[in-house]
Design a protein around this ligand. Structure first.
Ligand code: GDP
Length: 177
């Protein structure tokens, strides 16, 4: 099955985005202990795909050892070459962090399709939108073909666009096999 991989910094709203995309309320749990999950959750969705939930990163109070475990886990997952499409979630309000840049490096190096979901759109003014999107694109060094999709898990904005990309990439892989 194709693997749709979700990654994002702790508290960026990864669980909320996943729940919104699936149209479920409590599929991915909203975590009480950010940064504590150092394992990968796999879910089979509609017998069509794996939703792969990578552990949230960049939580300030995580020990060096836990950060290293995160790095080792990424190394293992990406080395296996299993992902079909990557969904990287960032906060539309802020310049991407160093950890976001590191995560983007993993996706870029994977040579697989990848989209960036810029979440919490409801928290910025319209006038900030273009500038913030440009900053995200520049900071993450996104190749031109990687879309940045403004999203609000709170308001449900951007859902159809993200799903279109996901199904587009899954369909492509399906027809090759
Ligand atoms: P995770 O740690 O990345 O899985 O993040 P969560 O899904 O647990 O969300 C972290 C916090 O951000 C929660 O308080 C959510 O209610 C809030 N949140 C998530 N998405 C949005 C959004 O689009 N807009 C706003 N305003 N808040 C959001």
């Amino acid at each position: 099955l194709p693997q749709v991989v979700f990654a994002g910094k702790s508290n960026v709203g990864k669980s909320s985005v996943i729940n919104k995309l699936l149209g479920r309320k409590n599929f991915a749990r909203v975590s009480a202990q950010p940064g504590k999950t150092v394992h990968i959750n796999y879910f089979v969705i509609d017998r069509k795909m794996y939703l792969v939930d990578l552990p949230g990163y960049g939580y300030a109070r995580v020990s060096k050892a836990e950060q290293q475990r995160w790095g080792a886990l990424m190394e293992t997952y990406f080395a296996l070459g299993l992902l079909t499409v990557g969904i990287q979630i960032v906060d539309i309000r802020h310049k991407p962090t160093r950890d976001d840049v590191t995560m983007a490096d993993w996706f870029r190096a994977s040579d697989k399709p990848w989209i960036v979901v810029a979440n919490k759109l409801d928290k910025i003014k319209k006038s900030q939108l273009e500038g913030n999107l440009a900053e995200i694109r520049q900071t993450l060094l996104l190749p031109a073909e990687v879309p940045v999709i403004p999203f609000s898990a709170e308001k449900g904005i951007g859902r159809d666009e993200v799903l279109e990309h996901i199904y587009g990439y899954i369909g492509k892989e399906g027809s090759e096999q």
